[in-house]
Design a protein around this ligand. Structure first.
Ligand code: 5AD
Ligand code: SF4
Length: 349
């Protein structure tokens, strides 16, 4: 596959084969510029210039799983574990709404301390009190739980597939299988959630063919959201000595994902900002249209260490907002004021 031909096909909206996706991912520095500007134009026609903010609340860092790459894995005894009470989560959500956020993302490790009914009541209370969209990011659960939470008012669900290589998936996530992951994603779609997935770039053992399959999978699932971030080695995991993902390859993957999913919401991921100080800006110019500021209460935020040196460990919500507004003004990108539902869930943009 030839880069120029693959790019022309992508821009015209043709469904790309994984070989063509791979050719785009292999862009040389000169070609990379045209890849990013094509992704930027597709972003503009697909979802417009507005940037959507999603307030993320990491309410528990307990996890029953033992993923090899993640600092929250159950075998990591070196972090202090915390859980916010349902009241504390509600208060934090209220704070986010007061700051102007129209989406709250509730994220945690896979923590069975909260019952399915607890989560449902929490979702219901937030929706009852505020005009806000709710995204859940709670990992793999039974279909009936997903249904209960949807009925309680949850709008969206994030469940990254992490890697489209089933063997690599099995190695990195010994508690589950790729098949289980895909089944969960299909349930979420059936239950009419706006569904998000995504993957890490630069995982040990990942090659460009796998990465091309990651992008093809996101396209084939027709996800409403996709998070693409670099792998970052965490010192208290079995992958501590592995190399970090390459920021440039991460940006290319983001750009190709945009070309394949013109209408999706794609965040400038925190992991990318951790690797590159101007990561947010670079991502917003290569296809991204979402920023997910961290609103986790500052006294526990450090303990939610999925990967080290997360870039948002100490910033107060208001400071974060101020710096985002400055960045967006510089890029001539307006801050969205709507809930930022996926275009196909609102009947247009
Ligand atoms: N490096 C980068 N991203 C990671 N995640 C988890 N561990 C790491 C890591 N070491 C990402 C996964 C997960 C999300 C919550 O964080 O993609 O879905
Ligand atoms: Fe738990 Fe998710 Fe981390 Fe895996 S990636 S250990 S499921 S928090």
């Amino acid at each position: 596959y030839d880069f120029a031909r693959a790019l022309a096909d992508a821009v015209s909206g043709s469904k790309l084969e994984t070989g063509a996706i791979k050719a785009l991912l292999m862009a040389n520095p000169e070609q990379t510029k045209s890849l990013y500007s094509a992704a930027d134009r597709t972003r503009q026609t697909g979802v417009g210039d507005e940037v959507h903010l999603r307030a993320i609340i990491e309410f528990s860092n307990y996890c029953r799983k033992n993923c090899l790459y993640c600092g929250l894995r159950r075998d990591n005894k070196s972090i202090a574990r915390y859980r916010l009470s349902l009241d504390e989560i509600l208060t934090t959500a209220t704070e986010a709404v007061a700051l102007g956020f129209r989406t709250v993302v509730l994220q945690s490790g896979e923590d069975l301390y909260y019952t399915p009914e607890d989560i449902a009541r929490l979702v219901y209370s937030i929706k009852n009190k505020h005009d806000v969209a709710i995204t859940l990011s709670l990992g793999e659960h039974r279909r009936e739980n997903y249904r209960l939470w949807r009925e309680a008012g949850a709008d969206r669900y994030l469940l990254k597939h992490e890697t489209a290589n089933p063997e690599l998936f099995r190695f990195l996530k010994p508690d589950t299988t790729f098949e289980t992951r895909l089944r969960c994603l299909h349930w979420l779609k059936e239950l009419d959630y706006q569904t998000g997935s995504g993957n890490m770039v630069g995982l040990p053992g990942q090659d460009l063919d796998t990465l091309a399959r990651d992008v093809a999978l996101l396209r084939d699932l027709d996800v409403e959201m996709a998070g693409v971030g670099p792998f970052l080695p965490h010192y208290a995991t079995p992958l501590k000595d592995a190399a970090a993902g390459d920021p440039e390859l991460t940006l290319k993957t983001l750009a190709v994902t945009r070309l394949c999913l013109p209408g999706a919401h794609l965040p400038a991921t925190t992991a990318l900002c951790t690797l590159a100080t101007d990561g947010r800006k670079l991502a917003l110019n290569a296809g991204a249209n979402v920023i997910m500021p961290n609103l986790t209460p500052l006294d526990v935020r450090r303990q939610y260490q999925i990967y080290p040196q997360k870039s948002d460990m100490t910033e107060k919500p208001l400071e974060t907002l101020t710096s985002i507004k400055k960045l967006l003004a510089g890029l001539a990108r307006p801050l969205a004021t709507s809930h930022g539902h996926a275009p196909k869930f609102t009947g247009g943009m």
